[in-house]
Design a protein around this ligand. Structure first.
Ligand code: PHB
Length: 544
């Protein structure tokens, strides 16, 4: 049967969130997105009543939305609090992998940050703001540093004037309207509010900076965000004679190390040569092979509906899966391709796309749709600052509640001789060994240590740990203590942490540890790993 022709643009509402809601938009999807946005703005956590206030939704609606999001692994409950979960980053990951710039350009940005010992970032344009897609951050406490997904007002940044060189009259008008509506930048929660209402002179200053950026090919931020914070930026252009600005690279410093003048004289040449290398990378890298579409998600949502009944909002779950259809080599998809990738009916996929276009989360281009940088506003900034022990903590709590034994996560110390505990959940039972987060123990004597060492050493005594995939240590460290541990691997397969449970020897025989506890440990390790790999796809996730 021939497909119904798609109109060029499926709605006429533009990309803003204001304006009329299209009749075919999916209301539960709009509300679910509002919940995710409020949680993001609140830095990842809100109570259920806090969510009720922030969204203006009825409590019963908030309950059903959060139950659905929890079922998807996008949020988790902790008492009355709702926390964003790392799994939610799969939405931002879909945008970032479709965009492809982070994969191609981040290694260059990281190398420049190492060379200069200064932070280096990559930003894209997002309406009248700039949004970060990569941060190679140096740990310095002197000024605030931005996260992947943070949105900044263009006029208070170094990249802004460069992007504004490509603005249309309508873009400039949108910028003026926004400044009039929000003179103190309160809608940009990543920056401190402006102390003065902008006047005509401020407007002129941004127009002048844009003219200078156009003439110079670089742009400065001399403490426009906060005192001390300085940045210099250079545009990265797409290949071809009329190359448009794909992204902007910035070197960020502090006036205690570099004045804005220093940035221009000392650092600009090195930033420029890095940008040239980035542009060569864009020119010389062949187009991506389309990655596999996600597994058949429609089946999963149907099953969840059957299990959770009224509490599960299937239209929200189905709508959210639409964003995961995008990815590397899948940056522009037709309605048919989205329906095929998600297993959703065409009509369902179409209504989700109409909703996303209305919310500014996808943009139509002819017959195809592409995700926008705004997808990063769904959880990415707070979640991009996580570490492995934080990711593991709720999984340890789950495991402990299932097996009624203390559980821990540990990493190897720099010397490789000790393990250090990075997360721990204890039972009420008193254990003979007093261990807290931070405690160090000799690596070789512990099950945790043996799992960690087995990956790094070709030691005959550890060969069985390697082949079995776990270590069991029986009363070696201390009489009466039995411990069983399994590895946690990074995306490349390297063991970066170990998960264990330790119990009094009288509670279970070694055989029972393997038959009863090992399967639970393995399931938990896989869950931790899945979250870890999702979080680490485009961000650096430190051990603790
Ligand atoms: C940053 O990457 O943190 C950054 C970039 C440009 C600015 C300010 C901060 O103007």
């Amino acid at each position: 049967m021939p497909a119904k022709p798609m109109p060029e643009t499926i709605t006429g509402t533009g990309t803003g969130t204001d304006g009329n809601v299209p009749a075919e938009a999916v209301a539960p999807l709009i509300r679910g997105i509002a919940v995710l946005r409020e949680l993001t703005e609140a830095n990842g956590t809100l109570s259920l009543s806090g969510l009720e206030r922030a969204t203006g939704l009825a409590r019963s609606t908030v309950d059903r939305i959060t139950a659905t999001l929890a079922r998807m692994g996008y949020v988790r409950f902790d008492g009355r609090d709702v926390h964003l979960s790392p799994r939610l980053m799969e939405l931002g990951n879909a945008y970032l992998s479709a965009l492809r710039l982070p994969a191609l350009l981040s290694p260059h940005a990281d190398a420049l940050a190492d060379e200069l010992d200064e932070s280096v970032s990559l930003a894209v344009t997002d309406q009248d703001g700039i949004r970060f897609i990569h941060q190679a951050t140096r740990r310095r406490a002197m000024s605030l540093s931005f996260r992947i997904g943070d949105l900044l007002p263009a006029e208070r940044t170094a990249p802004g004037p460069l992007f504004a060189t490509e603005w249309t009259a309508a873009d400039w008008q949108r910028w003026r309207d926004r400044r009039a509506a929000d003179p103190r930048d309160l809608s940009f929660t990543a920056v401190p509010p402006r102390t003065h209402r902008p006047d005509a002179r401020d407007d002129d200053a941004f127009v002048r900076r844009t003219e200078e950026a156009s003439a110079n090919g670089w742009s400065l931020d001399d403490q426009l965000i906060e005192p001390g914070l300085v940045a210099i930026s250079v545009p990265i252009r797409t290949p071809g004679a009329d190359g448009r600005i794909a992204s902007v690279a910035s070197v960020v410093s502090h006036t205690s190390r570099h004045t804005a003048h220093d940035l221009r004289t000392a650092l600009l040449p090195r930033l420029r040569s890095t940008v040239e290398a980035m542009e060569r990378e864009l020119r010389d890298t062949p187009p991506p092979e389309p990655g596999p579409p996600p597994a058949d998600l429609a089946l999963w949502t149907g099953a969840s509906k059957q299990q959770l009944g009224r509490e599960f909002i299937e239209s929200l779950a189905r709508g959210l899966t639409v964003l995961t259809a995008f990815g590397e080599g899948r940056e522009e998809l037709t309605l048919t391709e989205v329906a095929r990738a998600t297993g959703l009916a065409r009509a369902t996929a179409r209504r989700a796309l109409i909703t996303y276009e209305h919310l500014g989360l996808v943009a139509p281009a002819g017959r195809t749709f592409t995700p926008t940088p705004r997808v990063l506003s769904l959880g990415f900034p707070p979640l991009s600052r996580t570490n492995l022990s934080e990711i593991a903590q709720p999984h340890l709590a789950d495991l402990t509640s299932r097996i009624h034994e203390s559980t821990s996560l540990a990493v190897l110390s720099d010397s490789g001789k000790e393990i250090q505990f990075t997360a721990r959940v204890t039972t009420a039972r008193v254990m003979s060994v007093h261990i807290t987060v931070g405690t160090r123990l000799p690596a070789y004597a512990t099950a945790l240590g043996r799992v960690l060492l087995a990956d790094t050493r070709d030691d005959a005594a550890l060969a069985s740990v390697r082949s079995q995939g776990y270590a069991l240590v029986d009363e070696e460290l201390e009489e009466g203590l039995r411990s069983i541990a399994v590895p946690i691997r990074d995306r490349s397969g390297r063991v970066v942490a170990a998960l264990n449970t330790a119990l009094h020897a009288s509670r279970r025989t070694p055989g029972e540890c393997v038959t009863d506890l090992l399967p639970e440990l393995t399931v938990t390790a896989t869950r931790i790993q899945t979250d870890f790999h999702t979080a680490a796809r485009f961000t650096h996730v430190p051990p603790s």
